[in-house]
Design a protein around this ligand. Structure first.
Ligand code: URA
Length: 221
């Protein structure tokens, strides 16, 4: 577990725990708000991400950004990352040992951000998250579009798996599914935010007059 963001991001950027460091141009730690209530986890960086060091900035990323904006959310208000932080050559699927070596980075990101809701973008993220919460994902089309509540690394979270934006990009018939799953996640976040007790301090009487008027208001209520 990394205690600070700078330590964590430096470790990702300089990581040589698997052979992907040999073919990457840049590792892609993630970006967005480090106080985000809503976090998005994809699979692995693609070509544009590898070139820029930023997550979801290619064609699939544009669909994600546009869909967020449709629901009046900016990328800077959420946190976006991937299960593995380096691009697999030719965009092949991440291997088990790559996921295993990279997992401490994602675990630390989740523990530092403490999101209320996490959206799993595609099957790799869905499997990674649901396994750690004691659920089983039998294929993304079976587990998507539902709210999985529980403890993830000791944190109370709601996880909503959906299809990978690249799938929605290449098959426009899947776009309504992607949109409705994101809407579900945003609604879940709003519900959970409302349940958090307000940290606003209660009004304290400063003078006798204040005390009388506060008591009168209490009686009235
Ligand atoms: N696909 C992913 O899973 N992640 C990215 O960052 C880009 C494309």
């Amino acid at each position: 577990m990394f205690k600070s963001w700078s330590e964590l991001e430096q470790a990702i950027i300089n990581c040589r725990k698997c052979l992907l460091y040999k073919t990457r141009r840049n590792a892609v730690p993630g970006e967005g708000s480090k106080n985000a209530k809503l976090m998005f986890i994809g699979e692995a960086p693609g070509a544009v991400e590898d070139e820029t060091g930023r997550p979801f900035v290619g064609a699939a990323g544009k669909l994600l950004t546009d869909t967020l904006e449709k629901f009046r959310l900016k990328r800077s208000e959420v946190y976006i990352t991937n299960v593995i932080k380096c691009r697999p050559p030719g965009n092949r699927d991440p291997r088990d040992e790559e996921i295993e070596n990279c997992s401490p980075y994602l675990e630390s990101q989740i523990l530092l951000i403490k999101p209320l809701v996490i959206v799993a973008l595609g099957r790799f993220a869905a499997i990674w998250l649901l396994k750690r919460m004691g659920y089983h994902c039998q294929g993304i089309m079976k587990c998507r579009g539902r709210v999985y509540k529980g403890l993830l690394l000791g944190l109370e979270v709601s996880v909503i798996p959906t299809i990978h934006p690249a799938a929605a990009l290449y098959n426009p018939r899947l776009r309504p599914i992607f949109e409705s799953d994101l809407k579900l996640a945003i609604e879940e976040m709003a519900l959970k935010e409302r349940k958090i007790p307000s940290s606003k301090p209660k009004a304290k009487p400063k003078s006798l007059l204040d005390f009388i008027s506060l008591s009168a208001r209490k009686d009235h209520n």
